[in-house]
Design a protein around this ligand. Sequence first.
Ligand code: ATP
Ligand code: MG
Ligand code: FE
Length: 341
Amino acid sequence: MRVLGIESSCDETGVAIYDTEKGLLGQALFSQIDMHARYGGVVPELASRDHVRRVLPLIRQVMDEAQTGAEQLDGVAYTAGPGLAGALLVGAGVARSLAFGWGIPAVAVHHMEGHLLAPLLEDEAPDFPFVALLVSGGHSLLLDARGLGDYAIIGESVDDAAGEAFDKAAKMMGLGYPGGPRIAALAQQGNPGRFRFPRPMTDRPGLDMSFSGLKTFTLNTINDLGGAEALSEQDRADVARAFEDAAVDTLVIKCRRAVEQTGHRRLVMAGGVSANGTLRERLASQMDKRGVRVFYPAPQYCTDNGAMIAFAGALRLQAGEQAALPIEVRARWPLDQLASL
Ligand code: ATP
Ligand code: MG
Ligand code: FE
């Protein structure tokens, strides 16, 4: 089965073709980051309009790359939520129109299920059940993933998402957007002991997380040093290091608990923050000690992309799922409300 996937939930237009026999045949991504940078964040209306501009040329490009004509496609998958409603509607409208015109089924994919399944694109794919840590720009979730579509939320952030905290801390330091990769790079040069940030919500039992306190701690530390403009390059690196250490330790502690609670021997991590090298290293070493195997996507599939949507869509189409007639998107859509297959 060969499926075209379209991702347009936020500020990336992603397109890919996945074949259940041959794997990924082609993919392309256009990021709007530069366009939104001058506004300091994503402007929803601009995002929607840019998806309109990009999506058809990207589809043509990917079909060429995959040497796939419409007659070779068995379905079209699209992100139906959660995300920006206008942006989602662009992908949904195009996907549904193409599927209708080509006479093939369409399938609505949950963006976070896309992230969650991205590690399954790798050669060594994890089997269910597993614990999943989803850490992205809008979500921080711990899941008990029991099967395809059968996800119980066992922990989540009570305030900011992990990626959001990286982005906000970076902004305070004048590092620009997206903050995650920039903080990660700077932290390499930072002294580990100079500042110590708290590990929020780790002093009591439970799997919920909180990241907004780290933001406040970052701001206070910057102010104590005389404000963002007064920071030396070393100050910045030291603050970045303290922030990253605290965020990573917090996530690792929660993962340790989730593995103990569920008894699962596999841990899957996905979403933009799962690209973080320090997180990968520390999680792997902690899980190694417990005989738990850690899986994560290749770096280009950690952040938003079309491949994860084509892949998740292919699995759902294979299981017989098909989008209902009305073209609907859901800006909010809890991950534990999916149809299990
Ligand atoms: P969601 O998937 O929740 O809707 P999103 O699609 O915006 O949100 P992703 O594209 O999965 O999120 O990830 C983007 C986030 O990942 C940003 O917050 C970014 O700062 C963060 N990120 C990317 N690379 C790294 C890194 N190396 N270290 C830490 N954070 C990172
Ligand atoms: Mg993005
Ligand atoms: Fe995402």
